[in-house]
Design a protein around this ligand. Structure first.
Ligand code: ATP
Ligand code: MG
Length: 336
């Protein structure tokens, strides 16, 4: 059976990349009853202030709902409220090989020059991610392009677990081989300050991203100041090949207007950024500000959000607990 799962880290304010690469796509498939969690255990792989982590977790839940997720269709829950994530992650730590993790580019990027001072959790992050996914036997995971390598690791872990512990004699595999779903014109939204870097929550420059909670003036100002080259937009999409900043803005326009890169170039090819940026700003404000406004409303009612998260956690545990129990039995743990 098809099962969809995804999540977003409670590591700060959500941005346009999260919206186009993840949130919006969760809403598009919500009739398939996805599991959508708030990754607070992933968030603490880098320092998070304990005084604000729970609030950040609620804020991600607010964003899900503000973007249009219906908590009756989607199971929305905090990762840390389902202990089976941590239990399965430990077993997977013993399945995954060091050589596999050594290849992960996100760790290299996030640990930067100070690898030896990074948390061990940042290193094993993709193993916890595999547990998040396989605990629900998820078959489809909608994510941005940056998560492709981690999804491949999830497949490797599932296959090795099935080989090492799966019932012999060609029975159906215990864990499915998960498909990453990386689709649409904005699977990798780039920073507004640097067309070669991904737009990220953890980028220290606020001008690099449009936050979901930014007001109309902030959105317009950030687009006006976005880095570009001096040339007008090209007449064909091939002309965007060597122009990362221009391509990024065109792709954002395409995603926000549910059109394609080619359609945007058809409309704006030959026009300068003096024309294109105001049009993009108007569109971004039109799509984003209602979501921000709704988020502000929802954050004013934490009791309602907590009730949604509590209910989601119960529904998630009902699926996850039997899977982790079965996994422990396959591994051979006492009493399992
Ligand atoms: P952090 O910098 O803390 O890693 P992030 O901005 O990368 O934060 P995540 O919580 O790691 O956000 O990712 C949540 C989802 O958003 C994932 O599916 C990820 O692929 C997607 N995503 C993140 N950044 C972008 C982006 N710039 N463009 C498209 N999708 C993105
Ligand atoms: Mg990330």
């Amino acid at each position: 059976p098809k099962r969809i799962l995804s999540g977003i880290q409670a590591s700060g304010a959500l941005h346009l990349g999260n919206y186009l690469g993840a949130l919006k796509r969760f809403v598009d498939i919500q009739d398939e009853e996805p599991f959508i969690f708030v990754a607070d255990m992933h968030a603490i792989t880098v320092w998070q202030d304990p005084a604000v982590l729970a609030q950040q977790t609620r804020e991600i839940a607010c964003a899900y709902i503000a973007a249009g997720l219906d908590p009756k269709k989607a199971t929305i829950f905090p990762q840390s409220a389902v202990p089976a994530h941590a239990e399965l992650a430990w077993i997977f730590n013993c399945v995954a090989r060091l050589g596999w993790l050594d290849r992960m580019t996100q760790f290299k990027e996030k640990s930067g020059k100070h690898k030896e001072r990074s948390s061990v959790g940042l290193y094993t992050y993709p193993v916890l991610q595999a547990a998040d996914i396989l605990l629900y036997k998820a078959t489809h995971v909608p994510v941005g392009e940056d998560q492709k390598q981690h999804l491949e690791l999830t497949r490797d872990i599932a296959q090795k677990f099935n080989n090492d512990f799966g019932a012999p004699g060609g029975q159906p595999a215990f864990f499915p081989v998960t498909e990453p779903v990386i689709e649409g014109p904005a699977t990798r939204v780039m920073s507004l300050r640097d067309g070669t870097a991904k737009m990220s929550k953890s980028d220290p420059s606020d001008a690099s991203r449009i936050n979901l909670m930014d007001d109309a003036d902030a959105i317009a100002a950030k687009i006006r100041k976005a880095k570009t080259d001096p040339e007008p937009l090209p007449e064909t999409i091939e002309g965007l090949a060597e122009r990362p900043e221009a391509r990024n803005l065109v792709d954002i326009y395409a995603a926000l207007s549910s059109s394609t890169r080619a359609e945007v170039i058809e409309e704006f090819g030959g026009k300068g950024f003096g024309t294109f940026k105001p049009a993009l700003a108007e569109l971004a404000v039109e799509v984003m500000s209602p979501i921000g406004a709704r988020m502000r409303e929802l954050t004013g009612d934490p009791a309602q959000i907590d009730a949604i998260l509590k209910d989601g956690a119960e529904r998630a545990r009902a699926v996850a607990d039997p899977v982790v129990a079965e996994t422990k039995k396959l591994v051979g743990f006492w009493g399992a």
